[in-house]
Design a protein around this ligand. Structure first.
Ligand code: NAP
Length: 281
């Protein structure tokens, strides 16, 4: 990782980039393939070296595209993939990981996540992750779409304390985790990985984000991303298949919102005053 790029610490102290790149919907259209690869490579050059993918995306096509995009660059990135819940048994996790490694053309993942909670007992999944860790196939493991009660249950089982992160839907329009989940994670020095940090480009048509963007000479998406990134224990993985958007996203990391701008945002996108169940896309 470039040393001057902003970072967050995993529970074991390893530092990872505060801003990475998502890949959902990449590799699904042949005509977009070259643009996706160019965008990913630009992001890596700019220091956004944490890359998130999943076996689910494009039924493996996204991991395959990434394998191509990362040729010669594997050691420069922190590579994250996710396992389907139905592959969450001890053996299933290990078999799914082997398939992901093959598609990604690598011998290890830096982080492997359970995509969401399914019907397989968590003990099984954790045992599979721990076996993969001992075998050097993954360096860290974590979860995704886990609400606070799921996290409590997870850390209560053998090995559960090794969870490195929880990847959750968090952005200016989805602030539920601020009530209990983000504080729970912060108490355990576990950073939250914010997915859809610009709400899958579905932000409201008109909001204070527009006024701030206009006054600052930036885009609404940059304001929304800067807002997501403003918290110390949060890192984010916006997806873009366009070089110019990737550059904009990198610049959002340097955009510091003022207290008054944050107050304008709070007045429209209200912080939670009670528990809201964790949303997912
Ligand atoms: P997102 O990153 O919030 O938004 C992506 C959309 O915004 C794309 O349509 C992209 O279009 C556009 N965009 C990106 N940067 C932009 C910019 N600077 N200006 C204008 N438009 C911009 O949504 P996401 O893809 O849902 O989430 C990000 C990543 O999180 C995913 O790719 C995936 O890796 C992960 N994720 C995980 C889960 C889970 O269940 N764990 C769920 C959803 C997502 P262009 O490509 O045209 O730029």
């Amino acid at each position: 990782m470039t040393t001057d790029f902003p970072s967050v610490a995993l529970p074991d102290g390893e530092r990872i980039p505060k801003l990475g790149q998502g890949t959902w919907e990449m590799g699904e259209r042949q005509t977009q393939r070259a643009a996706d690869i160019a965008a990913l490579r630009t992001g890596i050059e700019l220091g956004m070296t944490l890359i998130d993918t999943a076996e689910m995306y494009g039924d493996g096509a996204t991991e395959s595209l990434l394998g191509e995009a990362l040729a010669g660059l594997r050691d420069d990135v922190f590579l994250v993939s996710k396992v389907y819940p139905h592959n969450g048994s001890r053996r299933g996790v290990q078999a799914a990981c082997e398939q992901s490694l093959k598609r990604l053309r690598t011998d290890r993942l830096d982080l492997y996540l359970l995509h969401w909670r399914g019907s397989v007992p968590l003990e099984e999944t954790v045992a599979g992750f721990e076996a993969l860790r001992r075998a050097g196939k993954i360096r860290h493991w974590g979860v995704s779409n886990f609400d606070t009660d799921d996290m409590e249950e997870l850390v209560g089982i053998a090995g559960g304390e090794h969870c490195a992160t929880n990847q959750i839907l968090y952005n200016v329009a989805r602030r539920g985790p601020e009530f209990d989940l983000l504080p729970w994670l912060a108490d355990r020095s576990m950073p939250a990985m914010a997915y859809s940090p610009i709400d899958h480009a579905r932000l409201p048509k008109r909001s204070p984000l527009d006024d701030i963007a206009e006054a600052r000479g930036v885009s609404v998406f940059q304001v929304a991303l800067a807002w997501t990134l403003r918290q110390p224990g949060v890192f984010a993985i916006p997806k873009s298949g366009r070089v110019e958007h990737v550059r904009d996203n990198r610049r959002a990391l340097d955009l510091r919102l003022t207290e008054s701008e944050c107050a304008q945002i709070d007045a429209h996108f209200r912080p939670p005053r009670s528990k809201r169940p964790l949303e997912m896309l």
